[in-house]
Design a protein around this ligand. Structure first.
Ligand SMILES: [Zn+2]
Ligand SMILES: [Zn+2]
Length: 534
């Protein structure tokens, strides 16, 4: 298919096979089929007449007789065919395939379209496979198609039909595959929506819990105030009682003095006075001033004021920044700060912790360098001994043997592993922003040489962590067969682990991610595969 040389091709390549196809008798039995058959014949005739004839399809279709003349005149350039058949021979011997094709046709074919342009009057009986055109029996022997491989028209038709059936079958398979892809993407989208709804519901639950806690705290604090108030009031009541008693005693004493004071008998007045003289001096000594201690709740108010301030200062920070401080809560609930040190000291790291975030990213064709090729499942990238033909596009790396993944990480935690068993002496694995340069081999394109990429590089038994062109040597005793990469987007962490060596920590890049992060690699030789973890 599509092997026709451009110079000899008359019709569009995809329709080349159709041009030589004879109308099926069954298709001609009804009017519609006949019309279709005629259209097909017309198309065949147009193609046989050369590219010029295609400009006037309406005319040739409406009147086959009118189409005959210009068509015949244009069928063959003068240089190739000096003899121009003006008219079809009245009694053309119907022979071979042509006879079989003409059988049962109610409509006489236009002679100009069915005869060889190079050999006057010879019917088109063969199909030249090399040129993709219908020719006469003489053409492969004597004419311009000498030495070309030719088949009888029905055979050629059968062959092309078989090819088309194969193609259709293949298209069916691809359609099914694509439908499968669509289902997966739809499933992912639905899952995402469901997860978002569930997360919001869980968030509401958490906030409700918080509200309940606050309400409980409010009633606890109020009870505390009530209790203290009650205690103080009881004390005040006792004091009041005692005051009352004292007031009554004072009143009684005043009354006694007043009575003595107004006594008419001087002797009795003086005698009574002497009696209570001692008592009269007493009250001044006994007099005691009460200063009730004021009970204040200021400290409680201060406590809650502080509480509110702390909460405000927490909430003032953007949510993203707060999530960043919580780094690694997804991996280890107790690890709050300094994820880098956590990662380095947490040894051995349990791979199971990471596998909760396991991904199996696949590679993107559109970014793949032509010297790299992908496995059918898009997991393995390997170097190829010759350039592959890929359509050039803005995403494609055209100089560096690099590739990015198809899926990007926009948020959350992700873990993936690469198999380095067949990776050869030099490789680069890591991640990149989509903004990494694709054309040429400048620093903006090289993995690890710019702000848009991070990688672990191996070359000649030496290992380096690379970002912005800065490299940090990494000590690895034995060549790792498998390296795990952990990305926490909000935390701004990209860590590398030697899976083969019990998840030994190799390096952690820390930065604030501002674009989607794509797993990326660059190859020197051999192949690298993403391990299927999901
Ligand atoms: Zn011929
Ligand atoms: Zn040919």
């Amino acid at each position: 298919m599509g092997a026709q040389p451009a110079a000899a091709t008359v019709g569009p390549p995809s329709r080349g096979g159709d041009a030589g196809r004879p109308p099926r008798p069954s298709a001609l039995s009804d009017g519609h089929g006949a019309r279709r058959g005629r259209r097909r014949r017309t198309a065949a005739r147009l193609r046989a007449c050369g590219p010029y004839a295609a400009r006037r399809p309406a005319r040739s279709r409406r009147s086959p007789g009118a189409a005959r003349r210009p068509c015949a005149a244009l069928t063959a350039p003068p240089a190739r065919a000096p003899q121009l058949p003006r008219r079809r021979p009245p009694a053309r011997p119907a022979s071979g395939a042509a006879a079989a094709m003409a059988e049962g046709e109610p409509w006489a074919p236009a002679p100009g379209a069915r005869v060889c342009g190079a050999h006057a009057g010879r019917p088109l009986e063969l199909f030249c496979e090399d040129c993709g055109r219908c020719v006469c029996a003489l053409c492969p022997a004597l004419g311009p198609h000498r030495g070309h491989s030719a088949r009888l028209l029905p055979h050629a038709v059968h062959h092309k039909q078989e090819l088309m059936a194969l193609c259709l079958k293949d298209l069916e398979e691809r359609k099914e595959q694509e439908a499968g892809n669509r289902r997966s993407v739809e499933q992912a989208a639905n899952d995402l929506k469901a997860r978002a709804i569930m997360s919001k519901r869980q968030l509401s639950d958490k906030v409700t819990e918080l509200q309940l806690l606050l309400r409980e705290e409010e009633s606890l604090a109020k009870n505390f105030i009530d209790e203290k108030t009650q205690q103080a009031l009881e004390a005040h009541d006792q004091q009041l009682e005692s005051c009352q008693e004292k007031l009554a005693a004072l009143e009684t004493f005043s009354h006694r003095i007043r009575q003595i004071q107004q006594h008419s008998d001087p002797v009795q007045l003086l005698e009574k006075y002497t009696e209570i003289e001692k008592e009269m001096q007493e009250p001044r000594r006994l007099l005691e001033q009460w200063h009730p201690i004021p009970l204040s709740f200021e400290h409680i108010l201060n406590h809650y004021k502080h509480f509110v301030t702390v909460l405000q200062s927490i909430l003032q920070k953007p949510l993203e920044a707060r999530l960043k401080e919580d780094v690694f809560s997804s991996l280890n609930a107790t690890a709050k700060k300094e994820p880098g040190t956590v990662l380095k000291t947490m040894s051995p790291v349990d791979r199971l912790l990471f596998l909760k975030h396991a991904r199996s990213p696949t590679w993107e064709y559109d970014s793949l360098h032509p010297r790299l090729k992908l496995s059918d499942d898009r997991l393995v990238v390997s170097c190829n001994w010759r350039r592959m033909f890929y359509p050039c596009g803005p995403q494609r790396f055209d100089k560096l043997w690099q590739v990015l993944s198809r899926d990007a990480f926009l948020s959350g935690s992700h873990y993936w592993e690469v198999d380095l068993l067949h990776a050869g002496a030099g490789w680069w694995i890591g991640a990149a922003y989509p903004s990494i340069g694709r054309k040429g081999d400048s620093e903006t394109c090289r993995l690890g040489w710019n702000r848009a990429s991070w990688c672990l590089k191996k070359f000649d038994f030496e290992y380096w962590a690379f970002h912005k062109g800065e490299r940090i040597p990494i000590l690895i005793e034995d060549d790792p067969d498998r390296i795990g990469m952990f990305l926490d987007y909000e935390a701004g962490i990209l860590s590398f682990y030697n899976v083969t060596d019990g998840m030994a920590h190799l390096h952690t890049f820390r930065c604030k991610f501002t674009e989607p992060v794509y797993p990326a690699l660059r190859l020197w030789e051999g192949s690298i595969g993403i391990c299927k973890l999901t």
